[in-house]
Ligand binder design. Structure first.
Ligand code: DGL
Length: 314
């Protein structure tokens, strides 16, 4: 079966093709929408690009309004819903909230808005992975650390999710300690992924976490995997760090398979690299996003579309 991709069609138009019995094929040709407040979500996008060479992606970085982590929950909710509307208008088959802060406070809003388009969010993936990563011998007295933005930590979303999951799976409730690390976000956006200042900031934030001596630490902000080395150095040796991206990849894979939406199955332009097919949108005109994204994804990005979400014009 071969489909001709037409990403200019909206989801509504795609739905109407159901009647002609070609919905799964049509859906397979659509891109996957991924969003974050800035470049942090690229840590998720990078793994998606590696895992799904036939898929195409739309990435939205809300750099003009970041950081999300120090904003009120209502504000982040409004931003996340605007981005969802934008991605739906572009025509995506799935939305990945590659931002813990948006997942924490707007996961349900995004899901309701996007329905029936499936939404995957990083918090559920991260909590699940953290529980799985607890070494067998510590299962009865596990200690989990959570690092995130102020908004994520205040929402207690990870604590609640871990408790729910542990209960559901008959596991002993782990001891949990949270630490907000807001300065990590601008350090990442500026490209200060290592160096003296970053090491010092990490040591400063993680002193109490080090004494807690966690078995697993959740990198509960998609910016933080970029600082994995300085973070690991500031924690006791051997502390396992959880990056939610591999669990996101698993969820995306199971949706693609279960719904028959795999682009590879309908021979969508597999000869063209998904890296060249990825379209980037940013709510800021600054060149920073493009430079850091090129550096992190290790690929040239010719163009980043500027989008003003308040007016939704690009
Ligand atoms: N990368 C985001 C997160 O996962 C948000 C960082 C921010 O904008 O404060 O929480």
């Amino acid at each position: 079966m071969t489909c001709i991709p037409d990403t200019s069609l909206s989801v509504e138009n795609k739905r109407s093709t159901d009647k002609r019995g070609s919905r799964a094929c049509d859906m397979a040709t659509l891109p996957i929408g991924v969003f974050d407040s800035g470049i942090g979500g690229l840590t998720v996008l990078k793994m998606l690009l590696d895992a799904f060479p036939a898929e195409s992606f739309l990435y939205f970085g809300d750099l003009g309004r970041s950081p999300y982590g120090s904003k009120a929950a209502d504000t982040v909710r409004r931003y996340a819903v605007q981005i969802t509307d934008f991605l739906l208008k572009k025509g995506v088959k799935m939305i990945v909230i590659a931002c813990n802060t948006a997942s924490a406070v707007a996961g349900d809003d995004v899901r309701n808005r996007a329905h029936p388009i499936p939404v995957i969010e990083v918090v559920r993936c991260g909590a699940k992975m953290a529980l799985e990563m607890i070494p067998e011998e510590h299962r009865k007295s596990a200690r989990i650390g959570i690092l995130g933005t102020d908004t994520t930590v205040k929402s207690d979303v990870y604590v609640n999710r871990i408790h729910e999951l542990a209960l559901k799976n008959g596991l002993t409730q782990p001891d949990i300690r949270q630490q907000a690390c807001p300065l990590f976000v601008p350090l990442v956006e500026e490209g200060w992924w290592k160096g003296e200042v970053t090491e010092k900031v990490a040591e400063n934030y993680l002193g109490a976490m080090k004494s807690f001596d966690p078995h697993v630490v959740i990198l509960g902000c998609t910016h933080f995997p970029l600082l994995a080395d300085p973070i690991a150095r500031a924690l006791p040796e051997g502390t396992a760090l959880t990056d939610c991206a591999p669990a996101v990849v698993d969820e995306v894979r199971s949706i693609l398979i279960n719904r028959g939406w795999n682009a590879a199955d309908v021979n969508v332009a597999v000869e063209e690299s998904n890296r060249t097919k990825t379209v980037f949108y940013c709510s800021d005109t600054s060149d920073t996003f493009r430079r850091q994204a090129e550096r992190f994804l290790d690929m040239p990005i010719e163009f980043v579309h500027h989008v003003d979400l308040e007016t939704c014009e690009d």
